[in-house]
Structure formats: structure tokens, C-alpha cells
Design a protein around this ligand. Structure first.
Ligand code: ARG
Length: 581
């Protein structure tokens, strides 16, 4: 139960009782009490905007209604101050007592009653076998992981699925090529990495386009693969293994865990999916291909856009696999929510998928919530799509290791400047955390629907809304605690000074922020929250002495809660903390 909800319930109960003569429960159901956090300090902590909404029902001017509401909630000891502003806004300021108690209660363990069995499926990362993972996949991996962490924290069981592109006709070329030129790979006599495999793929493609015999061979390999022929299958498995190894290196560095369930998993279901849609009369033939046409989906010329499920040569599509996957996730995994994290370029595909799944009867939106979580491009310093100097798309692993070594340089320089006594091992350890944190945070901190510019310098800054600033804030609070603790007894939080109250209110709003992010899936709002938290803590620490004052222990408890919330928030973002920095 979060603060906003607690207030709402308290107030609702009182109002329902006070207005029972004029208002039925039904009326309340139509016009529920509207309470939101205030947009500005001068409007108090929370605002009630119900008076305006009730004028019609009560046939009274809003101001008069506001006065009536105020008279009722004034009896509530949660508030220190209530005031009517403008036509009938009610601004409410929580009492220090109430906030102190609320914060104190937050220091206890999260209750098990918050757990639910509503299964969530998050489809993220999902690179394509025999290709390098690119920055788009990095964004998907980072955003998807943080969404998974958020929902896990809120008590949902989350299935993290890596829907890798590991099946399709393109593998025919690669298998034909490997069989011809690199047979040792299949027998494991020769080992190659993904970079080499990508080169083979390029060479295979070239030969495919130039050499008719090779083309025939490749097509034959596709048929063999689809029929499950041993040799072809073995070659395909090796290709997947090589790719998997490269991806795993990245996941390990990022400390991100996924369950691989690639496109091939759904392969046995594809023919049946098409047959099912045909039997439901949903399939139309267009240029020999089996398609679904959905209302409201047209191309620029206004012609209906096909959702293509089977090509004229009998091959299945990306869409077919996604139809099988959504059905499987709903029927077998019993998902009540499915989240897909990909670049915004795939928005139409997912909108069509959801519409098609609904039409086919696989998806009932009143029971299962589906979201496509789109994100923008990663741009280089030149404002163009992110590339390395050589013009090739940057290998992710290089990008991540570069962030770590740049972090190390910065820490090294700071160390010398401050004449700190960090050993080089210690610096290496901190740099690894800082470098990876910086990459993750700079991705999460901007609204994901926008493009963002990748810059090592900016992401590794210690000032402003950055990973380093938040990590450092955490270290600092821990330092304060460490310095005083040991000789003190535990005391409850008690907020008095305006800066304490400000910090306390912000802390108390943690859960309602998380809940609203679980709805709009905008992680940048959690980054903003944590940045504000650090700022409010700094203001408190500037205004209120902690060590050696009568309030020491209650203030220490406030420090502790701040550290706890900061750490929890960072963990949800997928960031690690360090003890020294
Ligand atoms: N492999 C795809 C790509 O690289 C992403 C897959 C996303 N998930 C899905 N169920 N379609 O663009």
C-alpha cells in the first residue's frame, strides 16, 4: 500500500460517511475521489481536485463543495494544514507526525502480502544469431532488465525471455558455406568466435548472390534444416552456440539474466497457427502469400497493410513466430501481462500482432495486458546513428570495456588529486561497476521514446543526474552512518525541520512512483526520483546536523532509510553500489 493510496482510502472513507445522504456508492464509483501529489511545494503535499468534478452531481459551486470536503478531512490527524485555492482545489499538507510514522514503517521489511501470482512475461534483448548484438539490443537489454527488476520488486513472478532470432531461411547459406569451407567447425575441431562467423555470413551472402550452384545448395540446406536432418541441425546448433557465447559475455558484464527461448522454439507450432487462422476464416491470399488484414492498418498510399504469415514459397515469417509466441505465453505460461521491448521501428509490427492475436481469439485484452515498449536510437557525437570510427557498427563488448577503462582513468585521476589511498585493484573493481553503471544509467535516464546521444564523457561525470553522482551519494550516506554508528541505540524517525520533512515526504512517495512506473514503463522517472532523493538528502544534511546533536539517532534513522531507498532504486535500475569511491 503506497502513500497516495493510503490517503485516498482514508479520505474516501470519511467522505462516503459524511455524504451518505446525498451520495450513493454508485455515485462514488462514477466520480472517485481524485488525489494526486502536488506539482509544487507551495500547493502543499497532495492535492484533491474532486470539488470541480462533483459540481454537476451535487448541483453546487465547486468552492462550496471544497469547503464541505475540507470540513470533513480536517478532522483527519494526517494533515497539518488544508487550504482551498482557486475555484476549489484543496491543497493538503501532511503532518510531521504522520510522515514520520509513515517513514518509520518503511524501515520494516516489505510484507509478503505484496506478492501476487499474476505472471508477467518480458521479451527483451533478443539479438539475431550469426550477427553481432548492436546498440539497439543493448537498449532493449538494459530497459527490459530494469522493467523486470521493477515488477519483481513489486511482487510479480517475471519470465525474462530472450526471443533470439535463431531460425529462418538465411541459415541455409551459412550452413552451406561452413560445410564447404569450414567443416572443422561442425565437428568442433576448429573454434571460431562470432566476429569470424559474421565474416563467413557475409562471404556466404556474396556467394549466394553470385553463384547459382551455391544458391541451390543453400536452399537445399534450408529444407534439410526444416526437416530436421542431422547434419544440418548440427551445423545450426554450432552457429547458435558460437553466437550464444558472445552474447553471454555481454550479459555477464551487465549482470543481466535471461532465459533463451528463441524463434526456433515455436517452429513446430507455425503450420498449426496458420491452419488455425485459416479455419477461423481470417486468412486472405495476397500475391500468393497468406495474410491477415486488420482494420486501421494501411500503408502511406492508404492500401491495407498485410500481416504476412506464410510466404508464397511456404516459408513462415517473423509475424508467424510472434503469433505462436503470444499464444504460448498466454495459454501455456498463463501470462497476465506481456511486455515487448524493441526499437520504435517495430511499433507497427506489435500493434498488428496484438490486433491479430485478439482477432484470432488468443488475446483477451480484458484479461491480459500487452505492451510494446518502444525506444529511440542511440546517436553518436555527430548526431547520427551510433557507429565506430571504422564505420562499422560498434561491437557491444568493445563499447562496454571502453566504458570500464575510461571509468578507471577518471578514478585514477581523482585518486591522485585527492591523494586517496586506493590500491589499483580497488580502483579496477570500482571502475568495473562505475563503467557498466554509467552505460546503463545514461540509457535509462532519458525518456526511452527519444533518441539519445552516447557520450562516455557525459555518462561518467560526477556531477548532475549521473550514475557516478548517485553512487557517490550512497557512499557518502554510508560514510555518515559508519562514522556515528556503533555507539548509538536505534531510534525511530522523527521529522521536524522543513528539510527533514521534505526528504521524508519524498521517501514516503517511493512506492507510489514505482507503481506508476509499472503502468507507464518510463524508467527515466525512477532516475529523476533518485536524483531528487540525493538532492533532498544533501539539503537535509546541509541544514540539519546529524552527529553529536540530541536528534542524532532519529536523524541517523532517516539517513539509513534514505540509503535503503537509494540502494533499492539503483538495484531496480540494475545498478550496483560500492562501499568506497
Ligand atoms: N530479434 C528481433 C530484432 O533483433 C527482436 C525480437 C523482439 N521480440 C519479438 N517477440 N518479436 O529486431
Amino acid at each position: 500500500m503506497n502513500l497516495n493510496m493510503t490517503l485516498k482510502q482514508n479520505i474516501e472513507k470519511k467522505l462516503h460517511a459524511a455524504f451518505s445522504q446525498v451520495f450513493t456508492e454508485m455515485d462514488w464509483a462514477v466520480t472517485p475521489i481524485d488525489i494526486t501529489p502536488s506539482t509544487h511545494e507551495r500547493f502543499g503535499h497532495y492535492q484533491c481536485n474532486s470539488a470541480m468534478k462533483l459540481t454537476k452531481l451535487l448541483k453546487m459551486p465547486p468552492r462550496q463543495i471544497a469547503e464541505k470536503i475540507t470540513a470533513v478531512i480536517e478532522q483527519d490527524r494526517s494533515f497539518a494544514h488544508i487550504e482551498i485555492a482557486g475555484p476549489g482545489f484543496i491543497n493538503m499538507t501532511l503532518s510531521a507526525d504522520f510522515l514520520s510514522q509513515y517513514c518509520q514503517q518503511m524501515t520494516q521489511k516489505r510484507p509478503d502480502s505484496d506478492k501476487t501470482d499474476e505472471q508477467v512475461v518480458i521479451d527483451f534483448s533478443s539479438p539475431n544469431v550469426a550477427k553481432e548484438m548492436h546498440v539497439g539490443h543493448l537498449r532493449s537489454t538494459i530497459i527490459g532488465d530494469s522493467l523486470a527488476r521493477l515488477l519483481e520488486y513489486l511482487g510479480y513472478p517475471v519470465l525474462r525471455l530472450n526471443h533470439i532470432g535463431d531460425w529462418g531461411t538465411a541459415f541455409g547459406m551459412l550452413i552451406a558455406y561452413i560445410k564447404q569451407y569450414e567443416p572443422g567447425i561442425i565437428t568442433h575441431q576448429k573454434e571460431v568466435d562470432l566476429t569470424t562467423l559474421v565474416q563467413f555470413y557475409k562471404a556466404a551472402k556474396k556467394q549466394f548472390d553470385e553463384d547459382a550452384e551455391f544458391k541451390k545448395q543453400s536452399q537445399l540446406e534450408v529444407v534439410k534444416l526444416q526437416q530436421g536432418e542431422n547434419e544440418a541441425l548440427k551445423a545450426w546448433q554450432v552457429i547458435c552456440e558460437i553466437s550464444r557465447k558472445a552474447y553471454q559475455e555481454i550479459y555477464d558484464l551487465l549482470d543481466i539474466h535471461l532465459i533463451e527461448r528463441g524463434e526456433s522454439y515455436y517452429n513446430p507450432q507455425l503450420a498449426e497457427i496458420v491452419a488455425d487462422l485459416e479455419s477461423k476464416g481470417l486468412i486472405e491470399i495476397s500475391d500468393g502469400a497468406k495474410c491477415l488484414f486488420l482494420e486501421g492498418f494501411n500503408n502511406r498510399e492508404g492500401e491495407p497493410l498485410p500481416f504476412m504469415l506464410q510466404k508464397s514459397d511456404g516459408g513462415f515469417n517473423y509475424a508467424t513466430t510472434d503469433m505462436a509466441a503470444i499464444r504460448h505465453r498466454i495459454q501455456d505460461e498463463k501470462a497476465s501481462r506481456i511486455i515487448y521491448v524493441t526499437d520504435a521501428g517495430q511499433a507497427t509490427h506489435f500493434a498488428m500482432l496484438f490486433a491479430a492475436a485478439q482477432k484470432a481469439g488468443y488475446l483477451d485484452p480484458s484479461k491480459v495486458r500487452v505492451d510494446h515498449v518502444p525506444f529511440g536510437l542511440v546517436l553518436g557525437p555527430d548526431g547520427k546513428k551510433f557507429k565506430t570510427r571504422s564505420g562499422e557498427t560498434e561491437r557491444l563488448i568493445d563499447l562496454l570495456t571502453a566504458a570500464v577503462s575510461k571509468a578507471e582513468e577518471i578514478l585514477q585521476a581523482r585518486n591522485q588529486e585527492a591523494k586517496e589511498s586506493y590500491s589499483s585493484d580497488e580502483i579496477k573493481q570500482i571502475a568495473k561497476v562505475l563503467g557498466i553503471n554509467a552505460v546503463k544509467y545514461s540509457d535509462l535516464v532519458c525518456n526511452r521514446t527519444h533518441d539519445y546521444t552516447f557520450s562516455y564523457d557525459r555518462m561518467l561525470r560526477f556531477e548532475g543526474n549521473t550514475a557516478a553522482f548517485l553512487m557517490y551519494s550512497f557512499v557518502r550516506i554510508q560514510g555518515i552512518k559508519r562514522k556515528i554508528q556503533g555507539e548509538v541505540s536505534k531510534e525511530s524517525i522523527y521529522l521536524v525541520h522543513p528539510s527533514e520533512i521534505n526528504l521524508g515526504l519524498h521517501l514516503a512517495q517511493f512506492d507510489e512512483i514505482l507503481l506508476s512506473i509499472a503502468d507507464d514503463l518510463l524508467m527515466n522517472r525512477l532516475c529523476e526520483y533518485l536524483y531528487q532523493l540525493a538532492e533532498k538528502f544533501n539539503a537535509f544534511f546541509r541544514d540539519c546536523r546529524v552527529e553529536g546533536v540530541p536528534e542524532q539517532n532519529q536523524r541517523l534513522a532517516l539517513c539509513e532509510l534514505t540509503a535503503h531507498v537509494l540502494k533499492t532504486g539503483l538495484t531496480i535500475l540494475g545498478l550496483q553500489t560500492v562501499t568506497r569511491m
